[in-house]
Design a protein around this ligand. Sequence first.
Ligand code: AK5
Length: 285
Amino acid sequence: MASQQNPLDEEENSKRNWSLKDFEIGKPLGRGKFGRVYVAREIKNKYVVALKVIFKEQIEKYKIHHQLRREMEIQSNLHHPNILRLYGWFHDADRVFLILEYAHNGELYKELRKKGYLSEKQAATYILSLTKALAYCHEKTVIHRDIKPENLLLDHQGRLKIADFGWSVQSSSKRRTMCGTLDYLAPEMVENKAHDYAVDNWTLGILCYEFLYGVPPFEAESQIDTFRRIRNVDLSFPSTPSISSDAKNLISRLLVKDSSRRLSLEKIIEHPWIIKNANPMGICL
Ligand code: AK5
């Protein structure tokens, strides 16, 4: 393996007993379900990170102790350029702190809302990055990552990072219905059927559509209508913005009701739209 370019990945640091004294805390980055996130600097290496603070009171209240522990174990073993890194964690009397990679350019979804929609180059680059990250997860048998735009961050080079905001721990269907995020769910999930990693391939189709058109394909006035549109795969492509037939072809091959017939991750990587448009380095801003 090549030498580490990141000081927090080095042996001495990966097993270090961290404490709050090792960090200078900066501005708040946002609020997640179970805590707040701050930009922070690790004093010894002058390395900038995102520090997530979760109150133990919350962990007790929501009985997420085991999930948190299990997730920390899984997450700290995921090493991929398109997955936000968890460098370590520590706790004091009443808080748990997660030391996370800092994504300098923030949430992709804000960029998407600001621009309305993305160029085919940018969309293809993000889809390729996401596909590679998911292939890596599937290889490690880590499935069902919450890959809606709110969970996607951009680093200083514009590289996409999947950030698990720790919401996957709540029982899925209940939470989703309450938060109104049916939009990203595959038919087998809205219908409560058995599902596997092919749900991620569906979600890639949804995201690809949303990147290019600015709205998810099955958006509707009510949950019931979204549910119906997903179940019927009621897909149509607006005439504006004008999108290449290659892109529409990829979307149509991912948004397929029968999960076994969706385009595989390997085939996405080889798809003409990806080959023609994506930056293989994953860099695009
Ligand atoms: C919490 C409670 C119970 C699991 C969890 C785990 C891994 O990323 C988590 C958890 C994250 C959270 C960096 C920015 C942000 C921003 C985050 C923080 C993202 Br904005 N510019 N740069 N981060 S926002 O919270 N990630 C995570 C690998 O809370 N797990 C069970």
